[in-house]
Design a binder for this molecule. Structure first.
Ligand code: TRP
Length: 361
């Protein structure tokens, strides 16, 4: 999923400007939700955790419920950039779809699909690659960061070109909105550049083929893992959406806190305690300062009890739905089949336009 950008500050990525624009977009969405198509996606790397839920899933469900046309991509080609997941890919894809459905993404209103099932989407990669220079690909800060953190000895060609493939993900359905975290802003710039260059080269000013998509930055809360580090499945510090109440209790019991007995909400000075407070506040839909104040001198044990109950209460219906759906593999496959059919129809129509604009015979 999203990576940290150790080497890049948020200003370099244009985050303040993207935040301002996102606030404007939120107002327009509220006025006319049906005027927007949003596309987002995830790499299928395993089960999603609470960081994903409060960072992106909840936001997608909100947009869907407002009436935005949601396209949700399982990025089963992009995931091959830097890891050997091929043997468990099918399982990861199904787990991801289960997490989506459990969290409230509704396949009657949203289109859930996989890269690998949409030939026309992938065909867009070729003309798009011709519009981007090798040095531009090499400068992408998110790609550079991923290469720096990759455990593989060689960098694959897909690693360099996946942002252009991601442009195809976004442009094939002419998405106007891309709800993402800030690490994805460089990729969105690639998509905007490809759209502009394609239109300049092959379109006419009065009828551009591609709209320029815009980032919708989600106000993702900073949730740390139970060891105080970045929440990540591979570090074993993340509570999965699908975790049981007992697993949740065990992980929270082992969570790192600090020596100050009085509980406060101070993310800078007390990151670990504050992350637990924030998690409780998100589940309870309350202000974190208030939650901390109520616990006050009762200390870390009381905090942990509050967080555990808050998570287990909030996620009980989501987990129950997930368990129910997990027993019905045929349903999951059916959801994907339908989503793939819908996405294929959209991609085929766009590819026809692209071929016409390029004068392909
Ligand atoms: N790059 C995204 C991630 O790693 C996943 C992704 C693939 C995506 N295609 C996308 C996100 C298109 C937004 C739009 O999490």
């Amino acid at each position: 999923m999203s990576t940290t950008l150790d080497t890049t500050t948020s200003d370099d990525l244009g985050v303040p400007a993207a935040r301002r624009r996102s606030a404007e977009l939120e107002r327009s969405i509220r006025e006319r939700p049906g005027g927007f198509r949003a596309l987002t996606g995830d790499r299928p790397t395993g089960r999603l955790h609470l960081g994903h839920y409060f960072g992106t899933l909840q936001n997608r469900v909100r947009l869907q419920n407002l009436g935005v046309d949601m396209m949700v991509l399982v990025a089963d080609y992009q995931v091959l950039t830097d890891r050997d997941v091929a043997d468990r890919l099918a399982e990861h894809v199904e787990d991801l779809v289960l997490d989506y459905l459990a969290a409230g993404i509704d396949p009657d209103r949203a289109t859930i699909f996989t890269h690998s099932a949409i030939p026309a989407l992938n065909q867009l990669l070729l003309p798009f690659l011709s519009l981007v220079s090798v040095s531009e690909l090499g400068r992408n800060p998110t790609v550079k960061d991923e290469i720096a953190h990759s455990s593989q000895s060689a960098v694959s060609g897909l690693m360099f070109t996946y942002p252009v493939h991601q442009a195809a993900d976004i442009l094939f359905c002419k998405a106007s909105l891309v709800p993402v975290g800030q690490d994805q802003l460089p990729h969105l710039e690639v998509a905007r550049t490809v759209a502009r260059r394609f239109n300049n080269r092959y379109g006419t000013p009065s009828s551009p083929v591609f709209p320029e998509p815009e980032a919708l930055l989600s106000a993702a809360p900073l949730l740390l893992g139970t060891d105080g580090g970045k929440m990540s499945k591979s570090r074993g510090n993340a509570i999965a959406l699908a975790a049981t109440a007992d697993e949740t209790a065990r992980m929270i019991r082992g969570a790192k806190t600090d020596a100050d007995r009085h509980i406060t909400y101070d993310p800078v000075a007390r990151p670990e305690v504050s992350s637990l407070v924030l998690l409780a506040a998100l589940c309870l839909d309350r202000d974190p300062h208030e939650v901390a104040e109520e616990i006050g001198g009762r200390g870390a044990a009381a905090l942990k009890a509050v967080v555990t109950d808050a998570i287990n209460d909030y996620f009980a219906p989501i987990r129950a739905r997930r368990a129910e759906l997990a027993g019905d593999r045929a349903h999951i496959r059916g959801v994907l089949r339908e989503g793939n059919e819908r996405a294929t129809a959209i991609a085929d129509a766009t590819l026809r336009e692209v071929r016409a604009a390029m004068n392909s015979l």
